[in-house]
Write a new protein. Structure first.
Length: 327
């Protein structure tokens, strides 16, 4: 059972989750010695996971994208949502949801090899899970993320993403939303779309674009090869995607990963979807949905951890040029 403890000094919550200690890691086993029968995400190994929540199937009835509860869950939907004082300190119950999206039945298929159909199934699965989880108004924030490779925090190679939904909005998300709101109150435009407008007009950090989206290495990239994929027009949340947006999102994700793999090989990375909180407020007017891809090439070191500032040895202009030229 997890608890969520609040640190007053650093204004952040911490999930204390003993269940996560028991996760097996595939990366302790040399790649050649790993047996696919040990992978719980294979087609035919459905009994190795908790009961399926959702899946998209192909014409033969086999799943091509599948969602299950995380066996080593950090949070639990059956916990009551509560908070308490413990003397000077405050904590919350481990209420929330923790799901795994198994992106493909193919263990060794990396994101650069996904077909447009696979990306489409993945995005539709994400949309379905967000819409479903948001029915529970106790869940205030739903974070989708993907960890690929041990430097990115993954324990299994089989391609998967995770969803963690919390009964509150994490403080760093709240702070970013507030910056978007402050900007919107002054300029009556969204902060991200103004960034995108500038990136498109100077063009030197743009990697790829289509009718709905643009991928760029941001002006102040926090990490080498960091990429933001943003809509060109205001879309506050992935559930607002229309059919054209879905097609264009699949195509830009396919293109960006092909470029990254062509340049970096099988690199470790995190991918994060920035959605709206599940709150009845006006954030849909000033928040723009975006996807952030963070290659984990350099470890965060003392300066980064102590100041939250980053030291990035690669200019985003150089990154964009390399990624543009590679295909
Ligand atoms: Zn597998």
């Amino acid at each position: 059972m997890s608890t969520i403890r609040y640190c007053k000094l650093r204004d952040t919550d911490v999930i204390i989750s003993p269940n996560r200690l028991h996760r097996p890691t595939q990366f302790n086993v040399p790649k050649d010695n790993y047996k696919l029968e040990e992978c719980p995400f294979e087609l035919g190994a459905e009994d190795a996971t908790p009961k399926e929540i959702f899946s998209i199937k192909d014409e033969n009835g086999d799943w091509i994208c599948r969602v299950v509860p995380n066996l080593y869950n950090a949070l639990c939907i059956d916990e009551g949502k509560s908070s308490k004082r413990e003397g000077f300190f405050t904590s919350k119950s481990g209420f929330g949801a923790h799901e795994v999206i198994i992106e493909t039945p193919s263990h060794y298929k990396m994101a650069d090899k996904y077909t447009l159909k696979q990306w489409d199934a993945y995005l539709r699965t994400v949309i379905h899970r967000l819409e479903d989880l948001r029915q529970d108004s106790r869940l205030e924030y739903i974070q989708l993320f993907k960890n690929h490779g041990s430097f990115a925090g993954a324990t299994l190679l089989h391609p998967h993403s995770q969803i963690i939904a919390t009964g509150f909005v994490p403080s760093s998300v709240k702070a970013e939303l507030q910056r978007c709101k402050d900007y919107y109150d002054i300029h009556n435009r969204t902060l991200l779309l103004d960034m995108v407008h500038e990136e498109l007009s100077v063009s030197k950090r743009v990697i790829f674009e289509n009718s709905s989206f643009v991928a760029f290495a941001p002006f102040a990239s926090l990490y080498p090869f960091e990429i933001i994929i943003s809509p060109k027009e205001h879309i506050c949340d992935i559930v607002e995607f229309n059919e054209d947006n879905l097609k264009d999102a699949s195509s830009i994700l396919q293109d960006v990963y092909r470029r990254l793999y062509a340049l970096l090989g099988d690199f470790h990375y995190n991918m994060i979807f920035k959605n709206l909180p599940n709150l009845k407020d006006d954030s849909s007017s000033y928040h723009t949905f975006y996807i952030q891809i963070i290659p984990r090439i350099y470890m965060l070191a003392g300066y980064e951890l102590s100041t939250s500032m980053r030291i990035n040895p690669l200019s985003p202009e150089r990154v964009a040029k390399k990624l543009k030229e590679i295909l």
